[in-house]
Design a protein around this ligand. Structure first.
Ligand code: PGA
Length: 244
């Protein structure tokens, strides 16, 4: 794991967006593994700005997203489908048919999982972006998800629903289930960039880097991936810094 502790969230957004832009320029048919939540918002904003100013083209890029809520209508503003279109896809020249997000509205969710695994076997991310939950989840792989899991349906923990309630009117509106890439799918990415900012992530970050590799902290498996960059601000890194 390569750990980078930067001055600010903005600095992280700048460095990571530059890396993604360089990848798209040098490998126009690359596969980007994308994430939702607050963490990647600034990065997507910078990709859009670069596209507008420098015309970096996403015509041949394919994207695969980590996860999606189950049961929210596709028009609901908090689906990850809407999130990705609102914050990135609508503002760059990517082909809609090249963007992939798990289907949280399938009549047959088991088949939807198998279909997504099939897709992932074809489109292996050159870079997978990740945030981390305060409980150590990656994607929606909650604590004690098996490390060899592939795309599956997950019951969201109370903690995750509480953390995400800020995007909804109240916690009762937060879906109870999601469809997510499994931990094995995430580990198959050629490179992983995980970003964590803010003190609420400090414990999970510390345990991910310095703790045991254990399913009770899903992100700890990243210790075993050969190509991981972790970007932290000082707040998220504070327990690591205290140790030094
Ligand atoms: P956040 O979520 O980016 O909204 O903090 C990260 C995650 O839960 O993986």
């Amino acid at each position: 794991m390569n750990i980078h502790i930067l001055r600010s969230k903005h600095e992280i957004d700048r460095v990571v967006s530059n890396e993604l832009i360089q990848l798209v320029k040098t490998n126009p048919a690359c596969v980007l593994g994308l994430a939702t939540g607050s963490t990647p918002l600034g990065i997507y904003g910078l990709l859009v700005k670069d596209h507008q100013n420098n015309h970096t083209s996403y015509q041949s890029v394919t994207t695969v997203n980590l996860d999606e809520y189950i049961g929210l209508e596709i028009t609901h503003p908090e689906t990850y489908h809407q999130f990705m279109h609102r914050n990135l896809f609508n503002h760059i020249d990517i082909k809609s048919s090249n963007t992939h997000i798990p289907n949280g509205l399938s009549q047959d969710m088991i088949q939807a999982c198998l279909d997504y695994d099939q897709l992932l076997s074809k489109y292996v991310p050159d870079i997978q972006l990740l945030g981390i939950g305060a409980n150590g989840h990656i994607g929606f792989n909650e604590p004690n998800t098996p490390f060899d899991s592939t795309t599956h349906i997950i019951n969201l923990t109370q903690k995750t629903r509480e953390d995400n309630a800020r995007f909804f009117n109240n916690i009762d509106e937060v879906p109870t289930q999601a469809i997510t890439m499994g931990i094995q799918n995430i580990m198959d990415a050629k490179k992983i960039i995980l970003i964590a900012t803010g003190a609420s992530k400090a414990k999970a970050v510390h345990d991910m880097i310095s703790g045991d590799v254990t399913p009770s902290l899903p992100a700890s498996i990243l210790q075993k991936h050969p190509n991981v960059d972790i970007y932290l601000d000082k707040d998220a890194a504070k327990l690591l810094l205290e140790k030094k």
